[in-house]
Design a protein around this ligand. Structure first.
Ligand SMILES: NC(=O)c1ccc[n+]([C@@H]2O[C@H](COP(=O)([O-])OP(=O)(O)OC[C@H]3O[C@@H](n4cnc5c(N)ncnc54)[C@H](OP(=O)(O)O)[C@@H]3O)[C@@H](O)[C@H]2O)c1
Length: 430
């Protein structure tokens, strides 16, 4: 058997400790599969004395994670600290500069600096691998980059944040309010004390920008992602969605059009019949449409110690085997710059909900606002309540350009009998 592959792990939190456990539990199988042993030869984190539920007493410890990048005994630096900048970025850059391979689970880092890190790694003849950064245990990077390499990918989309999917699933199944389910998530430790990265869609956008790069051979362009979260979704919209044959999911969707690359993250109404409508709880799923393969769907755990460590281990094993593929599927120097399609150019169907005081002429005003912007109605639902109380009026609208929809909604919001800001949710044909 060849020389062992020596890895140094920076960060021993949820994922780092999970990786130590995986390498300890499966050491001999990993060696057989990789053709050489995989040894953890150094670790680093902030608190040397913390109880992590793993035995690292025999592994050399570095107080400064950057020391891993300078350690001659290390072949691969595994960055599991997190954060788009700071120590994580410094560590990856230094490791690459020193000719070491890098494996990371850090989606924020890859979303913001992926192209530059890929250029640096390929220039230095080392691997920069990040399977764990997108959808945790689902091997979607390898699937797109290798398994589907023979296809032109037309669209890739998915449920990429387990916290959001858990919240939306509970709201839909139990009719609960967003804030109530979020609080339960925080009490159970599923959501951070500051949950904004998850619920405002930023985490999903990080992952979508990475997926789009691999799918389309383009530079990672996080700044071009249109991002909306799930704070404004209400149980009432969940109920209407169900009546209309849809479920509400937070999706990240990337597709190529003639005029450029559309990348968007927002709540979507997805048809009941679509497989992704049934991805429940904290699970993730990714769907890719390729010209020869047609559609593939992958579903699994998008986070947690086990699934994420599984993805990190797969990258380490590839390095141990000597398997080298371009970081984003094509050589980094040949990644395309595809112009972004602005959200107002998005073309799709819409659901809108208005709270209306029922007065003579109000429907004529709403209909005329839609007509003024050439938006055509597909269906209308109206619920009666106590006389004089605002009633919900729900409409689905045929496919139109987003700019027209937004202008029509502005005009509708100005109608006197419309008492709340109109709600709008995009309907996806999947
Ligand atoms: N958790 C998941 O399910 C999951 C899933 C997919 C991807 N990821 C990504 O994986 C990465 C790690 O996530 P995690 O959940 O494992 O995070 P975590 O539990 O917060 O662990 C972070 C680790 O980094 C160490 N650390 C933080 N700042 C440091 C510094 N300045 N110097 C040295 N060590 C430092 C911490 O040390 P101490 O322990 O001593 O404080 C801790 O061990 C992130 O990029 C995250 O986005 C996580």
């Amino acid at each position: 058997m060849s020389q062992p592959l020596n890895i140094g792990i920076a960060g021993l939190g949820t994922v780092g400790a999970g990786l130590v456990r995986l390498v300890t539990d499966h050491g001999s199988d990993l060696a057989t599969r990789a053709g050489r042993a995989i040894d953890i030869t150094a670790v680093s984190a902030r608190d040397k004395k913390a109880d992590r539920g793993i035995d690292i007493s025999a592994i050399p410890w570095h107080d400064d994670p950057l020391a891993l990048a300078a350690d001659d005994g290390i072949d691969v630096v595994v960055e599991l600290i997190g954060g788009s900048d700071g120590v994580a970025k410094d560590l990856c850059e230094a490791a690459i500069q020193n000719g070491k391979h890098v494996v990371t689970a850090n989606k924020a880092l890859v979303a913001h600096h992926g192209t530059a890190l890929a250029v640096a790694a390929e220039g230095a003849g080392v691997t920069f691998a990040y399977e764990a950064a997108v959808a945790g245990g689902i091997p979607i990077i390898k699937t797109l980059r290798e398994g589907l390499a023979g296809n032109a990918i037309e669209r890739v989309y998915g449920i990429l944040n387990g916290t959001c999917n858990f919240i939306l699933s509970a709201m839909s199944d139990q009719g609960r309010e967003f804030e109530d389910v979020l609080k339960e998530c925080q009490d159970l430790g599923y959501a951070e004390a500051d949950p904004s990265f998850d619920i405002d869609g930023i985490d999903t956008a990080h992952k979508l920008a990475i997926l789009a790069s691999v799918a389309f051979g383009s530079e990672v362009n996080f700044d071009a992602v249109h991002v909306e979260g799930i704070r404004h979704i209400s149980p009432m919209d969940m109920q209407f969605a169900a009546e209309l044959g849809y479920r509400i999911k937070l999706l990240g969707i990337a597709s190529v059009r003639e005029d450029g690359l559309e990348q968007r993250v927002h709540p979507c109404m997805v048809p009941e019949a679509a497989p992704i409508a049934h991805v429940a709880g904290s699970l993730n799923a990714v769907v890719a449409d390729g010209d020869f393969v047609d559609t593939i769907v992958l579903e699994g755990h998008g986070a947690g110690a086990g699934p994420t460590a599984s993805a990190v281990a797969a990258d380490v094993i590839d390095i141990a085997r000597g398997l080298r593929v371009p970081t984003f599927g094509v050589p980094a120097a040949q990644l395309k710059t595809i112009s972004p399609v602005a959200m107002e150019r998005h073309y799709g169907a819409y659901y809108i909900r208005l709270m209306v005081v029922d007065k003579p002429g109000v429907f004529a005003d709403i209909a005329s606002a839609l007509k003024n912007h050439a938006v055509s109605m597909e269906s209308v639902l109206q619920r009666t309540r106590d006389p004089g109380e605002p009633v919900p009026v729900v409409m689905t609208l045929h496919e139109t350009e987003e700019a027209a929809m937004v202008q029509a909604l502005d005009e509708i919001a100005a109608v006197g009998a419309v008492v709340e800001t109109p709600r709008m949710i995009r309907i996806e044909s999947l």
